[in-house]
Design a protein around this ligand. Structure first.
Ligand SMILES: Cc1ncc(COP(=O)(O)O)c(C=O)c1O
Length: 394
């Protein structure tokens, strides 16, 4: 390993992405000359209002919904919290039972725990060894008082894609039998720019998105909330976003999010073809790696750009530090929980031995990565694992 490694290879695009220059260019005027408050009446404020309205229309087109069904938020976490806590509270009299999965992002899991602490019953669906829910279990968990189901579209640690159209069909059929409304939320934060976000085709009523996963700004995202679904606002104040999310709009952020999402959505086929080649190449090269490992990402129905690998007999953190010294940036499990040495709740739910799960590294690619990056990664992995093995034996 060399401390002054000349290369910098960013393989943590599921944690965050670099912002595109054209997105930044679009945002800059709203920090400077177009600084008006969109709620004010004079002309410079109207420029900001128009920019927010246009951004809302652009996002709505991608989601195949009405602009009024888009609520701009501070990102994926807020959207998830709002979809779950905000809707559950508003639906309380309809029923106190909610269904989710064991592999959701903490923004969903902790929101569910919050609801449990105030009396809601939450069912956490199991997943199989590839990370997919069981549709029969889902159906059997739907009860007379189920009001909301939250199932992520693509998992942030493994890339596993759940079959939302099928899931939605099961829930809607069961809701019909029970003669009640059951709303479906999906965290699509990782799916944006990779999968079709058409809410009608997916059959969902609420969806969370985040700007910084699609080469847009951090601290901005949106919640799609189908018309007619009641919501109890989590942030109250001036009544912006049709009383659903108060606070002066983050105009540059909203403009940047909408632009980044549009570009990522337009280019998703190109992105997927490119990244699939890289994850396939990495899988191929891993076959010749001297060190025992398992690939956690499923072979089918997974995002093109994520490959999660567990290295047997190693902990993820020292591997990450070693890779960092080689100029490679990756993540162990979820970046949001990388400060803890606990094995990932996602991998444990998939039945992976916790001792193996602590050796998990997630590599997540972008359009900027190249096959040479993969070759360099393999070389570096060999070096890092060999040094760590020697240290363990010393
Ligand atoms: C699946 C998923 N949901 C939600 C979030 C949270 O999004 P944000 O960082 O915009 O709050 C993330 C971020 O890692 C994520 O991967």
């Amino acid at each position: 390993m060399t401390l002054d490694s000349p290369k910098e290879i960013y393989l943590d695009n599921a944690a965050t992405t670099s912002m595109r220059q054209e997105v930044l260019d679009e945002m800059v005027p709203y920090f400077s000359e177009n600084y008006g408050n969109p709620s004010s009446l004079y002309s410079i404020a109207q420029i900001a209002r128009d920019a927010v309205d246009e951004s809302r229309e652009n996002v709505a087109k991608i989601l195949n919904c009405k602009p009024s069904e888009i609520i701009f938020t501070s990102g994926g976490t807020e959207s998830d919290n709002m979809a779950i806590i905000g809707v559950a509270k508003a639906l309380k009299e309809m029923g106190g039972h909610i269904i989710t999965t064991k592999i959701e992002h903490h923004a969903v899991i902790h929101a569910m725990e919050e609801l449990e602490s105030i009396g809601f019953r939450i069912s956490y669906l199991n997943v199989d060894e590839a990370g997919f829910i069981n549709l029969d279990e889902l159906e059997s968990e739907i009860k007379n008082d189920t009001s909301l189901v939250s199932i992520m579209l693509a998992n942030n640690e493994t890339g596993a894609i759940q079959d939302l159209p099928k899931i939605s069909q099961i829930i809607k059929n069961k809701a019909k039998d029970l003669q009640r409304e059951i709303y479906i939320h999906s965290d699509a934060v990782q799916a944006a720019g990779k999968l079709d976000l058409d809410t009608k085709k997916l059959g969902i009523d609420l969806m969370s998105l985040s700007g910084h996963k699609v080469r847009g700004p951090k601290g901005v995202g949106c919640l799609y909330l189908k018309r007619g679904i009641p919501i109890s606002p989590m942030i109250v104040g001036g009544g912006q976003e049709r009383q659903r999310r108060s606070g002066t709009e983050n105009v540059p952020g909203i403009v940047g999010f909408s632009k980044a999402l549009a570009l990522a959505n337009e280019e998703k086929n190109k992105f997927n073809t490119h990244c699939r080649k890289l994850t396939d190449l990495l899988k191929l090269r891993l076959q010749n790696l001297e060190y025992e490992h398992i690939i956690v990402t499923p072979n089918e129905d997974s995002l093109s750009n994520i490959l999660n690998v567990c290295f047997k007999g190693f902990e993820g953190e020292p591997i990450l530090i070693g890779l960092d010294m080689e100029g490679i940036f990756a993540s162990s499990g979820s970046a949001c929980s990388s400060a803890s040495l606990e094995p990932s709740h996602v991998l444990v739910s998939m039945g992976i031995d916790p001792k193996l799960a602590v050796g998990s590294i997630r590599f997540s690619f972008s359009y900027e990565n190249t096959p040479e990056d993969v070759e360099f990664l393999i070389e570096s992995l060999e070096n890092v694992l060999s040094e760590l093995s020697m240290l363990a034996q010393a």
